[in-house]
Design a protein around this ligand. Structure first.
Ligand SMILES: Nc1nc2c(ncn2[C@@H]2O[C@H](COP(=O)(O)OP(=O)(O)OP(=O)(O)O)[C@@H](O)[C@H]2O)c(=O)[nH]1
Ligand SMILES: Nc1ncnc2c1ncn2[C@@H]1O[C@H](COP(=O)(O)OP(=O)(O)OP(=O)(O)O)[C@@H](O)[C@H]1O
Ligand SMILES: [Ca+2]
Ligand SMILES: [Ca+2]
Length: 583
């Protein structure tokens, strides 16, 4: 294997000078720059099981699962618990739960029988995607209601009257967005790019995220549409929605959208690329690891570099199907002409980084020298964005390395060299990877989008914040579903309260009586907290046993965790979480 056979000793000898002999400008002291802290990572820690789950939840139920109207309540409680469980810490405030509960009561009956039994499953999958994108209760509720609106089983005035104007506004906005692409005659690169910018600038950004989740739902069920519509929708997704998902920081959602649209648009090339990458995958991954280890050793043993840096790390990656496909489609390249199939990224931690110090660039250039001495650099392919940063502030030095052996050609390997500070900007700053992938490389625009996202969080927090006086339990509620049904807050669910929720779900009055008989273990005519919890355990068991819900359950369990740690959604979620916390 023609890996970096030369050892570090072959590298031009480090000059062993003291720091100022290297011609470095002195390191301003102490830590001179207001170092922006990376935003704390988002808590994805929403429990996968509803809050009421316990080890006993899988034991056989004391009473048989309810039938008829009881089943509707079971469905409501089950779905409610799943979604609030996925909403992430801090977002499921009492006001949020109330809103979601109301939305579910309106949407579940409206969706139950539609689309050959698929309508409800699909609406709930949309809701799950939105919850995993760390969206708030308004957006999640709007996702479910939009499916009911599209099915024609509820109207906008139902939403306004029963849920509120906040959600109705969001839905109006999402409906406006839905038709926007049809206003463009030709979907070339330019119009697609302006459409994406238009979406982000002129529409409520939460409606854009809602639309993205709905698009994912459409793409997952594209097989039911006629061929020409499959192509039109896939093209829209590839040109507008997948880059938009990248731009807002929903990386995995974007990958799934790309994958699905590529498969429909170019089934043959998709298979071809998939096959091509698969055939080389094992060998290339070994090569990546071998080069990584050898480079790290060479860099760490170079005295000159070690004078400048205090730490060096290297990341490696093998390019994904979709990302490779995109390059092929973009300019008609062959897979072997994609020059970053194998990728390494060297991240240097200079003893003094950023500001007016030139230690960072010096470290990058010294690293480049070491690589040149060690590996076969492809002439004319080097890009020095360290000396000449891109307009968006992106800095990194890129070299292409020929890793072929005699008689064995291989794809090129790209090595990116950057400092920690440059990396921070590339990941989360205005040159962020999600904006780069989303085709939004203008820093002014990136700043503005972030401001819009933060303003949206402020507004949402305003509506979802709990007002202490408005809650007769003072915010104390061990079981949200119980408290929402127990309207008068006396700690018991009366027959009137049960009847009310069942009527909202479209069940008959006498069904409430039957359910009460079934669940009221001590026959006192009302449901205590414990009696309700035992019902919930049955609901969970029932859901886990149901074949019909297999698909939905899988989607729910298969948590997407789709948000980038530095994308716009991340900022939204963090801001909203902070705002709800202080209320
Ligand atoms: N985060 C971020 N990464 C960037 C940006 N520009 C380039 N990159 C990264 O650098 C890699 C290579 O970019 P370039 O050297 O400009 O190469 P290119 O002309 O896009 O290369 P090919 O399309 O592969 O020929 C990309 O694949 C990204 O990983 C940017 O603005 N932001
Ligand atoms: N040379 C590299 N070494 C290590 N990681 C990389 C390298 N290039 C990209 N990555 C990372 O791999 C992930 C997937 O990126 P992807 O390959 O889809 O795009 P890209 O190479 O950055 O951009 P483009 O497709 O425009 O070349 C991202 O997290 C990206 O930061
Ligand atoms: Ca009560
Ligand atoms: Ca009782």
């Amino acid at each position: 294997m023609a890996t970096a056979a030369t050892t570090a000793a072959a590298v031009p000898a480090g000059r062993h000078q003291h720091r100022h002999h290297l011609g470095l400008r002195p390191c301003p002291n102490p830590r001179r720059l207001h170092r922006l802290r990376l935003p704390a990572s988002v808590a994805f820690s929403s429990p996968s099981a509803p809050s009421t789950s316990s080890s006993s939840s899988l034991s056989a139920p004391a009473t048989p699962p309810p039938e008829g109207g009881g089943r509707l309540v079971a469905e409501l409680v089950g779905v409610f618990n799943e979604l609030t469980g996925r909403m992430g810490e801090g977002l499921a405030t009492t006001s949020s739960s109330r809103l979601l509960f109301r939305a579910l009561k309106l949407a579940l009956p409206a969706l139950r029988d539609g689309d050959g039994g698929q309508a409800l499953t699909r609406a709930l999958a949309v809701a799950a995607t939105l919850a995993d994108l760390q969206m708030d209760a308004e957006v999640i509720s709007a996702g479910i209601l939009r499916k009911a609106l599209d099915a024609g089983t509820i109207s906008m005035s139902d939403v306004e009257a029963q849920i509120g104007t906040g959600i109705a506004d969001l839905l109006h906005e999402s409906l406006r967005l839905k038709v926007a692409p049809s206003k463009v005659d030709v979907l070339d690169d330019e119009s697609a790019s302006s459409l994406r910018k238009f979406f982000l600038s002129y529409y409520d950004i939460r409606a854009v995220i809602l639309e993205l989740s709905l698009k994912l739902d459409t793409m997952r069920h594209l097989q039911y549409l006629p061929k020409h519509l499959q192509r039109v929708k896939s093209l829209e997704v590839m040109k507008i929605y997948a880059p938009l998902a990248h731009a807002v920081g929903a990386g995995n959602l974007s990958l799934e959208l790309e994958d699905l649209s590529f498969r429909y648009l170019f089934p043959h090339s998709y298979d071809h690329v998939d096959q091509w990458l698969r055939n080389r995958e094992a060998e290339c991954k070994l090569l990546i690891n071998a080069y990584k280890a050898q480079l790290l050793q060479a860099l760490k043993s170079d005295d000159e570099l070690n004078e400048i840096v205090q730490d060096i790390s290297i990341e490696g990656r093998y390019k994904s199907r979709f990302s490779t496909m995109k390059k092929l489609v973009k300019d008609g390249r062959k897979p072997e002409e994609v020059n970053d199939i194998l990728g390494l990224r060297i991240i240097l931690d200079p003893r003094c980084d950023g500001g007016s110090s030139d230690w960072g660039p010096r470290a990058c250039h010294r690293t480049h020298e070491i690589i040149r001495a060690l590996l076969k650099e492809v002439p004319g392919r080097t890009k020095d964005y360290v000396t000449q940063p891109k307009r968006n502030g992106y800095q990194s030095l890129h070299v292409a390395i020929d890793v072929s052996e005699p008689g064995k050609t291989r794809p090129l390997m790209e090595i990116q060299i950057r400092t920690k500070e440059m990396h921070r900007i590339a990941i989360g700053g205005e040159a962020s990877h999600s904006l780069y992938k989303g085709g939004l490389t203008d820093p002014g625009e990136a700043k503005r989008l972030k401001a819009i996202m933060l303003a949206a969080a402020e507004l949402a927090a305003h509506r979802l914040r709990d007002l202490p006086a408005s809650d007769h339990r003072g915010g104390e509620c061990k079981n949200q579903a119980f408290c929402l049904i127990d309207k008068n807050g006396d700690g018991r669910i009366s027959i009137e309260e049960l009847t009310e929720v069942m009527e909202d779900l479209g069940a008959e009055g006498e069904d409430a009586m039957a359910l009460m008989h079934l669940l009221d273990a001590n026959s006192d005519g009302s449901l205590s907290f414990d009696e309700f919890e035992s019902f919930q355990r049955q609901v969970e068991l029932m859901r886990s046993l149901e074949d019909r819900d297999d698909h939905y359950t899988k989607i729910l369990k298969d948590k997407l965790q789709t948000i980038d740690s530095a994308g716009l959604i991340h900022f939204y979620r963090k801001e909203l979480g902070d705002k709800l916390l202080v209320s």
